[in-house]
Write a protein that binds this ligand. Structure first.
Ligand code: FMN
Length: 542
């Protein structure tokens, strides 16, 4: 049997796109086997959720002020609000006879491999148990009702769990072997959308980093073979503890064992729907890397984010809900809009963890991913290649790795706590376009970037860290998406890039650092041929 770490390293290597050859994919789209974007469990009792009500909602900028938004009570209505803002439909798009949903969480190719669950206990208007969320219908399906002993405490007070899973097939249908990476990106985006949604309610949310994949599978019923039968399986990603109050010291010691026991001892209902009538291709390497990345139980990660200066100001007066719902990926940029240096610094600033501040307090580890920036149109900044370091100690390693001719010039006027360096001045548009699979969006915005992970050293702590690295890039992507909206511009995640060509441009020779995700930001062009339709007009529900 191959060593799991070797399997992960080999997967990453073979799923790189190269200038002369793309990673192995299906070679064309088999529309007859296009996966259903909505999972449902037939026979699971449905619970229709209320939609967000109009009214006064917190401002986007206030999400970043710890303790500013008073926690709302934990009820079915507020859980519904969290689900709508984290995973719900944000609009439908129509072009000719085609119609497709957009969601608050973005997804590579809009394929949405991520499924969401809630685990509740002790909340007045909802039975204890496990429920699956169907975003199209904004409803929960009861998979399991806990038959736990009366008085048994399953969860800390005023809290519940959100579970995230991936159906790899949804991405593999279009992208083949590289799809596992995209599922992890999307899971990272979803972790961030949960944390941001919680923040709008004055709540906290944090990833439970000690739980094993086996725990998640048992708790969410993913290991129930009969319930899936011919349907595509779901892979366990993450469990988040959502707390509708300031977390107490005891929350840190919370373990899922009682919930897992309750799930195992309870009755389950529902049969998963097959998403495709057939699979034209199998991608065994995805199953192999998923197996190699299986996470055992581990110690809970405890890392304290440093106290930094207040986040740089932003004059966005919009509510958090508006920003979350209006978030879209730009399909094209105007090649003209520039942004101020202040807005640029603010975006970088928001990629830094601060105590009790979303979304970074959801993942409890020190940043391991840095930004290699292609600056095109940022006022008072020379165009060129820049580096933004998200922790203090990586600089020595990077200086040793990168070619001696890089300038390493600290950017003047940039706030001192932002480690921003110019490596080389010059027009970086052609390079950015080429490196991001020849996509114009990487060149026509104000700036684009590659996310440079501390790769090899991180993986020595366990092969499953591979997933966490991608999750971190997904959280970064979500920060940039929302910050772009708040700055009056737009962003787009870029999963298609030529891995080693990026490393060559930066002069990286070995696997110490790897670029794991790209992103671009700028003035978006809208496609007037597309019609936008409201998210939930079809439900006729208030
Ligand atoms: C991980 C990831 C990778 C993506 N890669 C690309 C890309 O390479 N090129 C592109 O044009 N859009 C890319 N996108 C944008 C998606 O196509 C977009 O999120 C999806 O169509 C849903 O639209 P929305 O973001 O407006 O909700 C990516 C998005 C994510 C989350």
């Amino acid at each position: 049997m191959t060593d799991p770490l070797d399997a992960v390293l080999a997967y990453h290597q073979r799923t790189k796109h190269h200038l002369h050859r793309y990673a192995t994919g299906p070679g064309g789209l088999d529309w007859a086997s296009q996966p259903d974007p909505f999972r449902q469990f037939a026979g699971s009792p449905p619970l229709e959720l209320p939609l967000l009500a109009d009214g006064a909602h917190p401002r986007y900028v206030d999400l970043y002020r710890p303790g500013w938004i008073a926690p709302q009570a934990l009820t079915l209505t507020t859980i519904a609000a969290l689900l709508e803002l984290a995973f719900g439909i944000s609009a439908w798009k129509r072009y000719g006879d085609s119609r497709w949903a957009l969601r608050c969480n973005p997804s590579s190719g809009n394929l949405h491999p991520t499924e969401a669950y809630v685990v509740v206990a002790g909340i007045a208007d909802i039975d204890d148990g496990v429920r699956h969320y169907v975003s199209r219908d904004h409803r929960l399906e009861q998979r399991c009702r806990f038959d736990s002993a009366p008085g048994e405490r399953l969860l800390p007070p005023d809290s519940f769990l959100v579970g995230i899973t991936s159906i790899h097939w949804r991405e593999a249908w279009k992208y083949g072997e590289r799809a596992y990476r995209y599922c992890q990106h999307d899971a990272g985006h979803a972790i961030a959308t949960v944390r941001y949604a919680a923040a709008t309610l004055g709540w906290r949310a944090r990833l439970l980093s000690s739980v094993s994949d086996a725990d998640i599978s048992a708790l969410l019923g993913l290991d129930r073979d009969a319930d899936f039968d011919a349907a595509e399986r779901e892979h366990p990603d993450a469990l988040l503890l959502v707390t509708a109050r300031e977390p107490a010291a005891a929350d840190g010691a919370f373990e899922v064992d009682a919930c897992v026991r309750a799930a195992r001892n309870s009755q389950w209902q529902g049969q998963a729907n097959p998403l495709s009538p057939r699979h034209g291709h199998d991608w065994p390497v995805i199953d192999e890397v998923a197996l190699a990345c299986t996470k055992p139980r581990t110690q809970e990660i405890i890392w304290q984010a440093p106290t930094l200066p207040e986040p740089l100001g932003n004059d966005c007066g919009q509510s958090a809900i508006e920003i979350i719902k209006q978030r879209r990926s730009a399909q094209a940029f105007d090649g003209a809009t520039s942004i101020s240096a202040h807005k640029f610094y603010r975006m970088l600033d928001m990629t830094l963890p601060r105590p009790a501040t979303p979304p970074w307090d959801a993942i409890g580890w020190e940043p391991r991913v840095h930004l290699a920036l292609f600056v095109h149109r940022v006022e008072s900044l020379a165009p060129g290649l820049y580096l933004f370091l998200r922790n203090g100690h990586v600089e020595t390693a990077l200086r040793a790795e990168l070619p001696a001719e890089f300038e390493w010039q600290r950017v003047q006027d940039c706030p001192a706590h932002l480690r921003l360096y110019r490596l080389a001045a010059g027009d970086a548009r052609a390079a950015a376009r080429t490196l991001s699979c020849h996509q114009d969006i990487a060149a026509d915005g104000a700036f684009s970037l590659g996310m440079l992970a501390e790769y090899e050293a991180s993986l020595t702590h366990g092969p499953w860290i591979y997933r966490q690295l991608f999750w971190e890039t997904g959280v970064l992507g979500q920060v940039l998406y929302l910050e772009a909206e708040a700055a009056g511009v737009r962003g787009t995640g870029i999963g298609c890039y030529f891995d080693d060509a990026v490393h060559e441009l930066l002069g990286l020779k070995d696997r110490a650092f790897q670029s794991l995700y790209h992103f671009t930001t700028g003035g978006a062009l809208t496609d007037s041929r597309l019609q936008t339709l409201p998210a939930y007009a079809h439900l006729k529900r208030s």
